[in-house]
Design a protein around this ligand. Structure first.
Ligand code: NI
Length: 390
């Protein structure tokens, strides 16, 4: 198996960092301990520059190759990991389980951070490349748009990043395998918040009320027609209303109701269509029922779109590490990822790395698979050495 031998030597250290980070999960931008841990390691490794505080708590390490980059269009490559955990009570019973009640690394960002640290150590030690490798550790991937915050703080320009790559582990995908695709690989996510103001009253006198429960029910049904009847059947979209709050007595028609949901799409065009139709449906149901309906339609992470040339590069590197048979083309997933902001700023690619037969992401029994470390770390290193050969 062509993982890098030196990475196999480093595995125990990388695993120890991973478990240390796992024991100390932190949320969103409050990743102070993790960021300090990362910055300390990067300084120990002898990175040429370690910058902290980008996007509040993001950390960046610059490692210069043994000679300046040639005349190609890739002089500085960015590799990105995420550092934040989730508000989930851990149920793994691991010896290194979370020491913070109610928080856990349930998405494997502990593993992502440790693998990129491992790659940084190797690259700083060997420098077997030309140009700069920039390792990016971002906060707030889980809903806080930490990638966007780092970009806003000048990440791409300050370090002159030409291309940027991301990786996420994937439970259920065999250990030692990778999956990737050109174009949209993860969805855009938008939030729908609806507040219905009807006219409450006695359940026996509905004719003088505006029943906010019925209005909500009609809204939910009508919103489902968007994917069925407004989106091209060859395109993908999800509209899910997941919360419906109304009423507190069986004989009272409630005055108000609230609905909350999410929209997932894979192209800008479909995203526009769905938003427009949600607004029209809400206005139409308000007119039909006489209720007043407030809609907050909030755009979240954009579509994660892999660039074609960089996807070819990433695929080739993954095949070198894992073998041709273990790198497959994945269909897009309807989850979202804020690496999308980085791919809007620079060309690059996002890849999935197999986590083996583990519990799913965001599940209380999930754990990052330490056996995946050698594959992910080797991928990062080969990506640098192959694309920026010394
Ligand atoms: Ni994640």
């Amino acid at each position: 198996m062509p993982i890098i031998n030196r990475v196999a030597d480093l595995q125990p250290d990388i695993q120890a960092w991973r478990r240390d980070i796992h024991e100390h999960p932190e949320l969103l931008y409050d990743v102070h301990r993790t960021a300090a841990f990362v910055a300390d390691r990067l300084r120990e490794f002898g990175c040429d520059e370690v910058a902290t505080g980008l996007g509040r708590t993001g950390v960046v390490g610059v490692i210069k190759g043994r000679k300046p980059a040639g005349n190609g269009d890739l002089k500085v490559i960015g590799l990105r990991a995420d550092m934040d955990a989730l508000p989930i009570e851990e149920q793994t019973n691991l010896p290194y389980a979370s020491k913070t009640p109610g928080l856990m690394h349930a998405c494997g960002h502990d593993g992502h951070t440790a693998m990129l640290l491992g790659a940084a150590r190797y690259l700083a030690e060997t420098r077997n490349f030309a140009g700069d490798a920039v390792v990016i550790f971002q906060p707030a991937e889980e809903g806080g748009a930490g990638a966007a915050a780092m970009i806003k703080d000048g990440l791409m320009d300050r370090f002159a990043i030409d291309q940027v790559y991301g990786m996420h582990n994937n439970p259920g995908m065999p250990l030692g395998s990778f999956a990737i695709r050109k174009g949209p690989i993860m969805a855009a996510t938008d939030a729908i918040d609806i507040r219905i103001e009807g006219h409450g009253g006695h359940a026996s006198r509905p004719h003088i009320c505006i029943d906010s429960v019925l209005v909500g029910a009609q809204l939910i049904t009508a919103l489902q027609s968007i994917v069925a009847r407004s989106v091209d059947p060859l395109e993908s979209a999800v509209v899910s209303i997941c919360e419906f709050h109304a009423g507190n007595a069986r004989n009272v028609i409630p005055q108000t109701a609230e609905l909350h949901g999410t929209v997932r799409t894979l192209t800008k065009r479909v995203r526009e269509v769905v938003e427009k139709r949600v607004r029209e449906v809400v206005a139409g149901v308000a007119q039909m029922t006489g209720a007043s309906i407030e809609l907050d339609y909030v755009r979240g992470y954009p579509v994660t779109v892999n660039h074609a040339a960089q996807t070819d590069v990433a695929t080739k590197v993954a095949k070198e590490i894992a073998g041709d048979a273990n790198v497959r083309e994945t269909p897009p997933m309807m989850g979202a990822e804020d690496f999308s902001y980085m791919l809007e700023a620079r060309p690059g690619a996002f890849i999935f790395c197999g986590n083996g037969d583990s519990a799913g992401l965001h599940h209380p029994a999930y754990n990052f698979n330490d056996e995946a470390i050698v594959y992910g770390t080797s991928y990062w290193i080969k990506l640098v050495e192959n694309t920026m050969a010394a």
